[in-house]
Design a protein around this ligand. Sequence first.
Ligand code: NAD
Length: 489
Amino acid sequence: MALLADGVSRLLIDGKLTSGGAGRFATINPATEEVLGEAANADAADMDRAIAAARRAFDETDWSTNTELRVRCVRQLRDAMLEHVEELRELTIADVGAPRMLTAGAQLEGPINDLSFAADTAENYEWTQDLGLASPMGIPTRRSVVREAVGVVGAITPWNFPHQINLAKLGPALAAGNTVVLKPAPDTPWVAAVLSELIAQNTDIPPGVVNIVTSTDHALGAMLAKDPRVDLVSFTGSTATGRSVMADAAATIKKVFLELGGKSAFLVLDDADLSAACSVAGFSVCLHAGQGCAITTRLVVPRARYDEAVAIAAATMGSIKPGDPSKPGTICGPVISARQRDRVQGYLDLAIAEGGTFACGGGRPADQPAGFFIEPTVIAGLTNDARVAREEIFGPVLTVIPHDGDDDAVRIANDSPYGLSGTVYGADAERAAGVAARLRAGTVNVNGGVWYSADMPFGGYKQSGNGREMGVAGFEEYLETKAIATAAN
Ligand code: NAD
């Protein structure tokens, strides 16, 4: 059966697809500004029921202890998504504005396939570790360490890579034995709502184990962070909201897992192929219109070759025309909303006010009368102190900054409140690796290596977050540790 067949998505609460207490809201195609359809708009009572259902499913069913059931269910969800993958592709392009080419990777197929890693990890995990016999304080004791699910997980997600982020939370949280309430971003409700249908209709996931609550009301996210029935809140979004989630969670001392913003640096060392490095930097900032938290948005280049570097980046980015994400060749689609477009434009205006210049771009493309498009833009003439070099813009915007050698390049990269990612390019691989080792960031790419993979942990230092998503470390975020000591008389 077709997904979202009547053009209206529903909530998933306690195993049932239901309408929302606050009616419905429209979901918009950001490339055309057309209304795609409607999503159920949950109210606080819906969220309360969702949390109660997740609590009951955790406390009163064998979900948390039945690993075989969980592994089967996570694989069923993967298979159901793969069966509908072409439908999901079109829906993702329309709901997210994601370029078609990215749906072969992180915008769709990557995260679906990564569910296998979560299931395999649970299947092979050493849930109980025997520490053997010892006599602490003279008392013979057999000791073991047991890992078990944390409990009810509140998952709060943004709109930029919604499948990736929804599934990188749901997969490991479920495989580890938790129950989940997912509150997705209101900008991309359908990407989450299709999971509701697939879970209800194609999996054996018991009622209450997964609840998906779409809403325009951000306060429902805050409810998850505050509610004592929720044991862990897993949040991806802006640093400002992450701070608020952490503060809200403090009252109940719940575990808080945060994936936040970034302002990552791309360091070009003086022995690097400048042309190749600056082209890659320019290209990568245009992907999905720069709406990736780990994109390297500061290009840090040798001072002696600054003008050349700016020209290369501008030649690359100036040649990438923002356009229809449904076309196979499109790299740079729209940003998600008028609000986001205006926010990016505000930063472009700020760049000029701060004394910068545009080597290409600088505004809205004249040939795109509809849709939330921004021209790929290179900002030159500023240092790392400029606000456009320090704050996350979340658009196709690159700021080029000069450095005076490796130490200075490392200093600039680390002179940021963020620490999510980084890139180093240099001809001497050992020297480049040495520079990479000095970056205070959670993921680092040296000469084009790819860190995005199901078995690689992803996350940030400093104000880019707490904890890791994906990899075994990402699975273990959703586990508690219990030490059991049994007298061995
Ligand atoms: P956002 O912080 O505004 O919203 C994210 C989610 O939080 C949404 O579901 C929203 O409804 C919810 N929310 C809003 N206020 C809340 C509150 N007070 N309490 C609880 N939940 C609340 O972010 P956004 O605009 O949706 O996404 C863009 C931001 O996310 C960018 O800053 C980007 O860097 C960041 N991001 C980070 C990562 C990462 O992995 N580090 C990934 C994607 C996006």
